[in-house]
Write a protein that binds this ligand. Structure first.
Ligand SMILES: [Fe+2]
Length: 227
């Protein structure tokens, strides 16, 4: 579906939970699918991933876990917010230091910051128990710099947008099942899988939107995932 229009993109960002069972085989399957695009694909880990195992498999010519991408006046930073054994997220001191260093060293570059966990609540209370735990420290770093132009997250399986001061925050639909926005307990939304496209412009602004697949067998997908 993505290939029907505006193809090829400069790169693809995969914002975590690339596996469900944490197996090497699942990463090999991801690699097989995404290598076929013959495009740069950059991956960061989510709570259903094992970062080291993911990097072991996803370190190839096209599919990588590189943490800083520099491209046409922009840098894209990929942070690891995973905590072993937990669904919620937290940025280690080393991740916050990496973020601070990249922003400081590249103040002339517009910056898109990417991580798996949502950094503010989404009004979906069961999901809001597993946000980024230390978002205060995260925003303390963000607020020191004027070159952060957007924050992009995965995890919440739904479209989301908000503003932190003047910095946009975007959540992204899942390429699998969708979670129902505003629900108090685990609930699925019959919306089709989708992705977020982004156009990083030379002036530091970002155009973005959502695309969803036209056809999706919701029932078949749920049963295959064990729900
Ligand atoms: Fe997640």
């Amino acid at each position: 579906m993505a290939k029907k229009k505006n193809w090829p993109p400069d790169l693809v960002l995969a914002t975590g939970d690339l596996s469900q069972d944490e197996s090497k085989e699942s990463y090999r399957s991801f690699l097989k699918t995404f290598s076929a695009f013959k495009l740069p694909v950059f991956c960061l880990p989510g709570n259903h991933d094992v970062p080291e195992r993911m990097t072991d498999v996803l370190s190839t010519e096209f599919v990588q876990t590189t943490r800083q991408i520099i491209l046409d006046g922009w840098q894209i930073l990929l942070l690891d917010s995973t905590v072993p054994g937990q669904h919620g997220g937290n940025l280690k001191k080393s991740e916050l230091a990496f973020l601070n260093e990249c922003l400081y060293e590249n103040e002339n570059l517009h910056t898109l910051v990417c991580l798996h966990h949502n950094v503010i609540p989404t009004n979906t209370s069961w999901l809001d128990t597993m946000t980024l735990k230390n978002s205060r420290e995260f925003f303390q770093v963000i607020d020191r710099f004027s070159n952060v132009k957007g924050i992009l997250t995965g995890h919440i399986h739904q479209e989301f947008s908000a503003l932190h001061r003047n910095v946009p925050i975007w959540g992204t639909p899942s390429t699998c099942i969708q979670f129902l926005s505003g629900s108090s307990k685990f609930s699925l939304d019959p919306l089709h899988p989708g992705f977020r496209w982004l156009n990083l412009k030379a002036d530091g602004s970002i155009e973005t939107g959502i695309k969803r697949v036209d056809k999706f067998d919701f029932t078949a997908d749920l049963s295959s995932k064990g729900y």
